[in-house]
Design a protein around this ligand. Structure first.
Ligand code: UD1
Length: 424
């Protein structure tokens, strides 16, 4: 069990570097299976979810080496297409191995993926799309068996722009004969990162970042090197922390265009923000105004992942902020814990009304999920007294060194638990 101790009340000031993107890293790690040789990935964040992806690659017979923020994956001798259930259950992103394995070996045996419990998280769109490409898929309880003697390019229309389904199709379609066109594709920056990676490996793909993506050919190279983009949600986390506590943050090596909607609301709340080509500068007086409605929606809308973080930043803002969650049915799991700090939040179905309070007081909290856990740490930073956040590893699934970054900025925070970013 990890334990965070946060003594709130300090201004945050200083410089931090954005970590590599978790949500780009995970599909790209699965896509390494498509390379018949060695891939070198750079700026790989050291996270439990990345660790789980590397274990899956090893279980499939890949040779995996890690040096600092670089990971080398040799998938030339891949020897299996079945993923052990315990590894599947460790994260949602294990589902990407379905498309990647189908493309590389023509089969995949796996079980339903795990991940944060945010309500129903079906994979019907993934299965529908892979079937359309010609895969035969049998579901037996929680087990899924996929087989395809050959995949055939098709036009696939997604009724909802699912990020995960778009990524699975991109990978599987690389092995398909003929062109695949995805209509209604997700437009998240991580789709663009996967397209860039696959193109670097020898695929012809265009359209990522729009709602129509075309995958037309794939001539895999036997070696490549790729650098992951910065993490937009981890970047948004540090901005929300500084906004809430008051302070001056220089966040370098981030891409502010990828979390503009979060910055828009922080600016509305009273923060000064200056974007530069190599990062961003944020200044907050610590006294924020309420904002809203903050409506989560697919990119380029407000990211569902940033909702708990912005909420934490606004707990002491003047007035009432309104949040509306449209992506996941159970994305307010942080709320009962934030109430223990004295926050005033009213939940009604998919809406949360946050009435700013003058003071928050310390309490003992339990992290419920990755972003919810980070939101509790942020709220602790502006609560009076010592807040404890007990966490069974959620935060380390997505943050490389949140404790170190916040300490660097002057927060009075300490962390007991397993060391961050330990690869096995
Ligand atoms: C979601 C976020 C993504 C974020 C990621 C990691 C959106 C649209 N997606 O991606 O930005 O980076 O979490 O936290 O905000 N759905 C189905 N059937 C499916 C797949 C999805 O009904 O087969 C539904 C989900 O239940 C959910 C919605 O579609 O309501 C979004 O799903 P999707 O984009 O696939 O989720 P993730 O890939 O987890």
């Amino acid at each position: 069990m990890d334990l965070w101790r946060i003594r709130g009340g300090r201004r945050l000031e200083g410089e931090c570097r954005a970590q590599g993107s978790k949500n780009a890293a995970l599909p790209i790690l699965a896509a390494c299976l498509l390379c018949p040789g060695t891939v070198e990935l750079r700026r790989v964040p050291r996270l439990l979810d990345v660790d789980a992806a590397l274990q899956i690659l090893r279980a499939l017979g890949c040779r995996v080496q890690q040096q600092g923020d670089r990971v080398y994956i040799d998938a030339s001798s891949i020897s299996g297409s079945a993923i052990p259930r315990d590894l599947m259950e460790r994260m949602r992103s294990s589902v990407f191995f379905m498309g990647a394995l189908l493309a590389r070996t023509g089969q995949a045996a796996l079980s339903l993926p795990g991940g944060c419990k945010l309500g129903k998280r079906p994979i019907d769109l993934h299965l529908m799309a892979l079937r359309e490409l010609g895969a035969e898929i049998e579901e037996e309880g929680e087990q899924i068996f996929c087989r395809a003697s050959s995949l055939k390019g098709r036009e696939i229309r997604l009724p909802f722009p699912s990020v995960g389904a778009t990524e699975n199709i991109l990978m599987a379609a690389c092995a398909a004969r003929g062109e695949t066109v995805i209509r209604g594709a997700a437009r998240e920056p991580e789709i663009l990162a996967l397209q860039d990676f696959l193109c670097c490996m020898g695929a012809e793909i265009r359209g990522a970042g729009t709602d129509t993506v075309r995958i037309s050919a794939f001539h895999p190279k036997s070696a490549l090197c790729f650098t992951l983009p910065p993490d937009r949600i981890a970047s948004a986390t540090l901005c929300c922390a500084c906004a809430a506590c008051g302070g001056d943050l220089w966040l370098k090596d981030c891409d502010s265009a990828h979390f503009s909607t979060v910055l828009y609301f922080l600016n509305q709340a009273g923060c000064d923000i200056m974007r530069k080509s190599d990062g961003l500068y944020l200044r907050s007086a610590g006294k924020l105004r309420a904002v809203g409605p903050v409506v989560t929606s697919p990119y380029p809308g407000f990211p569902t992942d940033a909702q708990p973080l912005l909420m934490a930043a606004l707990l002491r803002a003047e007035g009432e902020s309104l949040f509306r969650e449209t992506i996941f049915e159970n994305r307010y799991r942080q709320v009962p814990e934030l109430l223990k700090l004295g926050a005033r939040i009213r939940l009604e179905d998919r809406e949360a009304r946050v009435r700013g309070v003058r003071r928050l007081h310390a309490a003992a909290l339990e992290a419920t999920d990755l972003r919810g856990g980070a939101a509790m740490v942020l709220a602790g930073l502006c609560a009076e007294g010592e807040t404890l956040v007990r966490d069974s590893g959620h935060i380390r699934r997505g943050y490389e060194d949140l404790n170190g970054c916040l300490q660097l900025l002057g927060a009075d925070i300490s962390y007991e638990g397993e060391k961050h970013g330990v690869f096995v």
